[in-house]
Design a protein around this ligand. Sequence first.
Ligand code: HEC
Ligand code: HEC
Length: 304
Amino acid sequence: MSQFTSGFWDFYIAAISLVSIIACGIFLKAQNVRGTNEADTSGHTWDEDLTEYNNPLPRWWAWLFYVTILFALGYLALFPGLGSYAGMLGWTSLNQLEAENQAANARFGPLYEKFAAQDVTVVAKNPEALAIGQKLFLNNCAQCHASDGGGSRGFPSLTDRDWLWGGTPEAIKASITEGRTGVMPPMGAAVGGDEGVKDVAHFVLSLSGRTHDTLRTFRGKAAFQQACIACHGADGKGNQQLGAPDLTDGVWLHGSSEAAIIEQIQKGRSSQMPAHKEILSPAKIHLLTAYVHSLSRGGAPPGK
Ligand code: HEC
Ligand code: HEC
């Protein structure tokens, strides 16, 4: 399909391709006239009597060149290459992809169906299923969660037992299928401005046993009870209904420094795990669920 809005460029490209191919042919022919005069030299002489003859190209070489020209013309007739001309074979990269997908589905479909009928915890122990799950993970998830599922700042690790939304097979499957949006509103005003934010940040530090200022922690605790427990719970252990993280466990999604915690409280945050139900079949999501489940259960990825 043409990417241009004006038909002129289609024509322009097609004309340049054809003219240059034909020009190659004419040039080759012109260079290939066999001289009648045997003594026709280029006028270059070396070592006193070593003269360079001006002979045409060797025949086999010239023919090889003609063959490439014929190949180019044949190729442009069969495949899309000349402007918007679609080619006699009707090939497109899209229908090639579809054909490959169909072949892959025919090959792997029965295997996927077999695993789809089994319980996630059973599939999670099957090395063959985990190998397929790992491939799916590398293709669809690794760009955010890292190739070993270890995550990075802002992208949760899937290898620990610390879950934002829950680590049961059902919760993992829901995370992948429907996606998740973790929203924390900016809380600066609710805890009384910059000083209040710092106080509450020190209380948060104290929750996981980190170095903290005692006075600030004391003041921050009161503010936390007011502004934060609705989501993070009275004990700070989080709430998987809302994707609110456990603040007591020393696992940090957005950074553990005082500055990172202050920024989180001041600015809030909205993090998105994209829904995959439009992209992956239920059978593939089932395999991925099993793979993710196995990661957090200490099951090293296959090949490790
Ligand atoms: C565009 C980046 C992105 C991609 C791609 C992505 N994720 Fe996520 N995922 C996230 C983010 C961000 C979160 C955390 C959302 C939040 O903070 O609530 C998340 C959360 C999750 C969770 C919930 C974790 C928990 O602790 O409860 C699971 C499970 C998960 N992803 C699995 C996957 C799988 C499997 C794939 C591949 C099919 C995938 N993700 C692809 C960004 C991504
Ligand atoms: C409306 C619910 C809600 C309220 C209220 C709320 N939070 Fe959060 N908080 C969240 C969610 C959801 C996340 C995870 C955001 C994400 O997925 O990126 C979060 C993340 C955090 C983090 C980052 C944790 C990490 O692992 O990096 C900190 C720190 C935090 N909140 C502290 C607080 C404090 C302190 C308050 C009170 C001043 C508060 N939150 C109020 C929902 C809330």
